[in-house]
Design a protein around this ligand. Structure first.
Ligand code: FAD
Length: 392
C-alpha cells in the first residue's frame, strides 16, 4: 500500500492529503475547479478539530488569521436576552485542550494546500472525476476528459454530491430540510453605527436563526442566516442571494442583526439538505470522507471539523493496519461519532427556531437557568464533541 488518489480538494480532501503524505504515502489529488480556493465565508474551528490541525503542524500558520471568540452565546432574536453565555477563549484551552477559533475558509484552505504542496502532494486542477474502476490489486479513477489514474486506494472527498459515493452505494436523493442559509462576510470598516460582540453568537427566533462572528483577527464579521422556506432547493455554494430580501426577512430582529445586514453588500444563498446515515463508508479499495459520507446541517458548526478528524484517523489506520482492516477500523472509529454529531445538528434546528410550543420555550428557559447557575450541565453536553481528541 503506497499510492493514494483523492477526489476533491476541499477542506476534507486537503486535510487527508496532508495527513497521508506526512504518514509516508504518495498522494495525488483530483479537483474539478480550475483554481484552488474556497468561498468567502467563515468557519468555526472547535478544539477537537484544532487538535488535529496542531498535529498536522499547520496551526502556527493559521493562528495569525484566527479570531478567538470570548463566549459562545445564544440570544433572543428581539430582546437580545441571553439564553446561553459560555466562556470560550482561555476556558476552551483549559477544558478542551485547545482553543476555539474562527477562520476564514480561504485562509484554512490556503494554509492546508501550501502544506500539501510543500510535502509533495500532487494536485491536479480541472480534473473532474467521472467514475472509478476497481481491480483486485488497484483502483483507477477516470476523469471526464478521458484520463485514467491508478493507485492502491481511492479516497472520495468530493463533498455532498459525491460521485464516488453515488457509484459505491447507488443514487440517493438528498432530503431538502425546508431551510435555506444565507451567508456573507462584511468588512468591519463597512459597519454603520453598530458594534458586534466578540462572541460566537447564535440569535434564535421563530422559524429562523442568525449566526454572527468575527474573522481574521476582527477585520470581518461573518454571518449565516437560516430561514425556513420551501422555494429554494439549490445545493450550490456559489449562488448569489438577494440582500434586500435577506434584510426584509430579519428586519424586525435585534439591531445587532438587522443593522448588521444593512452593511452587507452581497450574500450567497443555498438550500440545506440532509442525507441518511450510509450503510457503509468503504468498499474494497475505495473509502469516503467528510461531506461525501456524512453531510450535516451546520447547526453544530462541525461539518469541516468532522472531515478534519476523519482525515487524521484514516491516515493513522492505514499506517497501522493492512488495507482492508484499516478501512474497517476507520469506519468503526468515525461513523458512530459523525452520526451522533449529525443528529445533534439536526436537533438544534428545532431549538434555534423556537419550535415545540411550550416545551420548546421550557427548553430555552432551562438552558438560560443552567447557563447562569449550573454551566457544567451545558458544558457536559458539549464535552463529548469538543474534548474529543483523535490524535491521542
Ligand atoms: C452555512 C454553513 C456553515 C458551516 N459552518 C461550519 C463551521 O463553522 N464549522 C465546521 O466545522 N463546518 C461548517 N460547515 C460545514 C463544512 O463547510 C463542510 O462540512 C465542509 O466544508 C466539508 O468539506 P469536504 O471537503 O468534505 O467537502 P467540500 O468542501 O464540499 O469539498 C469537496 C471538493 O470536491 C470537489 N469535487 C466535487 N465533485 C468533484 C468531482 N466530480 N471531481 C473532482 N472534484 C470534485 C469540489 O469542487 C470541492 O473542492 C458549514 C456548512 C454550512 C453550509
Amino acid at each position: 500500500m503506497n499510492s493514494i488518489l483523492i477526489a476533491g480538494a476541499g477542506i476534507g480532501g486537503l486535510s487527508a492529503a496532508l495527513a497521508l503524505a506526512q504518514a509516508g504515502f504518495k498522494v495525488t489529488m483530483c479537483e474539478q475547479a480550475l483554481q484552488l480556493g474556497e468561498v468567502g465565508a467563515g468557519l468555526q474551528i472547535s478544539p477537537n478539530a484544532l487538535k488535529v490541525l496542531q498535529k498536522l503542524g499547520v496551526d502556527e500558520g493559521l493562528s495569525q488569521h484566527a479570531f478567538v471568540p470570548q463566549y459562545a452565546t445564544m440570544r433572543n432574536f428581539k430582546t437580545g436576552e441571553y439564553y446561553l453565555k459560555m466562556p470560550l477563549a482561555k476556558s476552551a484551552v483549559a477544558r478542551y485542550g485547545a482553543s476555539y477559533w474562527h477562520l476564514h475558509r480561504a485562509d484554512l484552505h490556503r494554509v492546508l494546500s501550501d502544506a500539501c504542496e510543500e510535502i509533495g502532494v500532487e494536485l491536479m486542477l480541472n480534473a473532474t472525476v467521472s467514475e472509478y474502476r476497481q481491480a483486485v490489486d488497484q483502483v483507477s479513477l477516470v476523469l471526464q476528459d478521458g484520463r485514467e489514474l491508478t493507485a492502491d486506494l481511492l479516497v472520495g472527498a468530493d463533498g455532498i454530491r459525491s460521485i464516488i459515493r453515488e457509484q459505491m452505494l447507488g443514487k440517493e436523493k438528498p432530503t431538502f430540510m425546508g431551510q435555506v442559509a444565507w451567508r456573507g462576510v462584511i468588512p468591519v470598516s463597512d459597519l454603520r453605527g453598530i458594534s458586534i460582540k466578540p462572541d460566537a453568537c447564535v440569535w434564535v427566533g421563530p422559524n429562523r436563526h442568525f449566526v454572527s462572528y468575527y474573522l481574521r483577527g476582527g477585520e470581518y464579521v461573518n454571518f449565516v442566516a437560516v430561514e425556513e422556506r420551501s422555494d429554494w432547493q439549490s445545493e450550490s455554494w456559489r449562488e448569489e442571494g438577494d440582500v434586500q430580501e435577506l434584510r426584509r426577512a430579519f428586519a424586525d430582529w435585534h439591531p445587532e442583526v438587522s443593522e448588521l445586514l444593512q452593511s452587507a453588500s452581497s450574500t450567497f444563498l443555498w438550500a440545506l439538505n440532509g442525507r441518511d446515515e450510509l450503510p457503509s463508508w468503504h468498499q474494497d479499495r475505495v473509502v469516503l470522507l467528510g461531506d461525501a459520507c456524512h453531510p450535516m446541517l451546520p447547526f453544530m458548526a462541525q461539518g469541516a471539523a468532522m472531515a478534519i478528524e476523519d482525515a487524521y484517523v484514516l491516515a493513522q489506520s492505514l499506517v497501522k493496519l493492512p488495507l482492508a482492516e484499516a478501512l474497517d477500523h476507520y469506519e468503526k472509529m468515525r461513523k458512530p461519532r459523525a452520526t451522533s454529531v449529525q443528529k445533534m445538528s439536526k436537533d438544534n434546528a428545532a431549538l434555534y427556531h423556537m419550535q415545540g410550543g411550550i416545551l420548546g420555550k421550557m427548553k430555552l428557559n432551562a438552558i438560560r437557568m443552567a447557563s447562569q447557575y449550573m454551566p457544567s450541565i451545558i458544558q457536559s453536553k458539549l464535552d463529548p464533541v469538543y474534548a474529543h481528541d483523535v490524535t491521542l
